[in-house]
Design a binder for this molecule. Structure first.
Ligand code: GDP
Length: 304
């Protein structure tokens, strides 16, 4: 239900475009496919992913000889769900961490303003609600505001935070955070990292160093590198994903601010393009406004 609400704008926009695309047509032909291509591209699915979807539908039309426009909804829904399956996007239904990895360490990356801190706070809230012990680490030491903001969320959710003063070494904060988490017997550690992209080499070096230092405390960490992207920026989000996946190994995506935008199609395109699962979506500013991304709910809310 909240998903429906969160994606309301995307849905309305998509539907009106789709109905225009098939208006007056009973059969899926080249014209309809051309229109559909435009609908997907302008819904921020991205050109490459759109072409992939169109090709698959073309193949089905060729195979079945005839496809009615009334079937197009169902077929699109199947193809999109299939596409998401290929990146293991949206298979989970709840916030869960593997039983055998404690503390489970999530390193969060993304540029400033995308909703990184908010997403960390919302995640902490969800894990805590499950009875898990959460520790936050303020390793975005570049901006004082980043540390303060994370502190606000730590207070709000009532979880401990490890921080140092602005300008201190992010790797040192990460080290302290993991050490503290281990000694407290924490279940989940969420580390905020700096979000500047203007110097790719610096970013890469910094993230590599943070990882290395964390591994001194807990083997094989981070278990997850979560890239946060602002869904309302559409194609910018693609560009950021490109930069961050070059700088470090990203294992999961969180797409935020889908509540205020008609660009929800980015979820499909980004996951496909980078072959990384979208795990969470942000649909508001509140503590409860994060959702585990479930592909069935997503396609249902799109095509219902
Ligand atoms: P950061 O700089 O990446 O840490 O970004 P913040 O977490 O401080 O978020 C920037 C702004 O976006 C804040 O005003 C948040 O309340 C807002 N925000 C974050 N996530 C969402 C979301 O899913 N929906 C909406 N509408 N706003 C969000």
């Amino acid at each position: 239900e909240t998903l429906d609400k969160g994606l309301e704008k995307t849905k309305t926009n998509f539907f009106s475009k789709l109905s225009k695309a098939v208006a007056g047509k009973s059969k899926v032909d080249d014209d309809v496919l051309d229109n559909l291509e435009e609908v997907l591209v302008t819904s921020d699915v991205g050109v490459d992913t759109t072409l992939k979807v169109i090709e698959r539908i073309e193949a089905r039309v060729a195979r079945d000889k005839y496809m009615g426009t009334d079937e197009l909804n169902t077929i699109l829904r199947e193809e999109i769900a299939d596409l998401l399956s290929e990146t293991h996007t949206g298979e989970e239904t709840e916030y869960s961490i593997p039983m055998d990895k404690r503390p489970y360490v999530i390193m969060v990356v993304g540029v400033n303003g995308v909703g990184k801190t908010t997403t960390i706070g919302k995640l902490a809230y969800q894990f805590k609600k499950q009875g898990l012990k959460v520790v936050l680490g303020a390793a975005d030491t570049f901006r004082a505001a980043a540390i303060d903001q994370l502190q606000v969320w730590a207070d709000r959710v009532d979880v401990p935070i490890v921080k140092q003063k602005m300008g201190s070494d992010p790797a040192s904060v990460a080290f302290d955070t993991l050490s503290s988490a281990v000694s407290q017997g924490a279940d989940v550690v969420i580390i905020d990292t700096a979000g500047r992209l203007h110097n790719k080499v610096n970013l890469m070096n910094e993230l590599t160093k943070v990882k290395k230092v964390m591994q001194k405390v807990v083997d094989d960490t981070p278990h997850e590198v979560l890239l946060v992207l602002d869904g309302s920026t559409g194609q910018n989000a693609f560009e950021q994903a490109k930069q961050f996946t070059k700088a470090t190994e990203v294992t999961a995506l969180a797409v935020t601010k889908l509540d205020g935008t008609a660009k929800g199609g980015v979820v499909i395109g980004i996951s496909d393009q980078f072959q990384i699962p979208v795990k969470y979506i942000g649909v508001g500013e509140g503590m409860e406004d994060l959702q585990v991304f479930n592909k069935y709910e997503f396609v249902d809310s799109f095509f219902k």
